[in-house]
Design a protein around this ligand. Structure first.
Ligand SMILES: [Zn+2]
Length: 235
């Protein structure tokens, strides 16, 4: 039975390539973490500004109402004095007092609503200030953690690249070239046989072929052209 050492090497090469892909994604993710933390802090700052603007609008509206109430009270006092002193039309003075009372009632109701809003805004302000403090403090922490993570990931990538290179070097040049070409075109060059079919393209593998592959012979898939490797128990 001719046992080819190529099959486990192709298998290992595919594993290394998958690991390199995973590490590259992890490196990319780690690299983006400091920027994401800075963005979160900037977002928190914008939220705080928005809450401060709401607070300012609430204060302005409250001052406006206070001014209106003072004006209505002044008009009411004038009418009361006119009545007391028997000046002018008493009916008109009475209407003026009633109108002023209604306007004061209305303004005081709005004042209460603004006070309730102010309570809610105060809570939102406290939360926004806390969020800004936390997200700002997180920036250097996240940046340092990401830098440490990158060191680890890059070392792992380096080690995997070294293993990959030595696996590739032990293959015949034409096999190595075919592997790289197929990988460049289709993402992977090796596929596992699972329940009698190629995992990559779902094409059935002839039973005889599967037996030969299990014994170490090299076969490519009839469907996708990838080298077929059996699913082996990990050990
Ligand atoms: Zn296939």
């Amino acid at each position: 039975m001719p046992i080819s050492p190529m099959l486990p090497i192709l298998d290992a090469l595919a594993e290394h390539d998958q690991e390199l892909l995973r590490l590259d994604r992890a490196i990319e993710a780690a690299r983006s973490k400091p920027g994401a933390a800075r963005t979160a802090a900037a977002t928190a700052e914008a939220s705080l500004s928005a809450v401060r603007a709401r607070l300012e609008a609430n204060r302005t509206a409250t001052r406006g109402l206070e001014k209106q109430i003072a004006e209505h009270r002044a008009r009411k006092a004038t009418a009361v004095r006119a009545l007391e002193q028997g000046l002018g039309n008493p009916d008109a003075a009475g209407r003026q007092i009633a109108t002023a009372d209604a306007a004061i009632d209305d303004a005081e109701t709005k004042q209460l609503e603004l006070m309730e809003d102010a309570d809610q805004i105060a809570r939102a302000l406290a939360a926004a200030e806390r969020a800004l403090a936390e997200s700002t403090a997180a920036v250097p922490t996240v940046t340092a953690a990401a830098a440490a993570e990158l060191v680890t990931l890059r070392a792992a990538r380096e080690a995997t690249a070294t293993h990959r290179a030595s696996a590739a070097a032990s293959l015949p040049a034409e096999v190595r070239e075919k592997y790289d070409l197929m990988r460049a075109r289709r993402g992977t060059s090796v596929s596992r046989i699972e329940s009698g079919i190629c995992r990559a393209c779902r094409m059935a593998v002839a039973p005889q072929q599967e037996v030969e592959i299990a014994s170490g012979l090299v076969h490519t898939c009839r469907g996708c052209g990838r080298w077929l490797v059996p699913v082996l128990p990990k050990g």
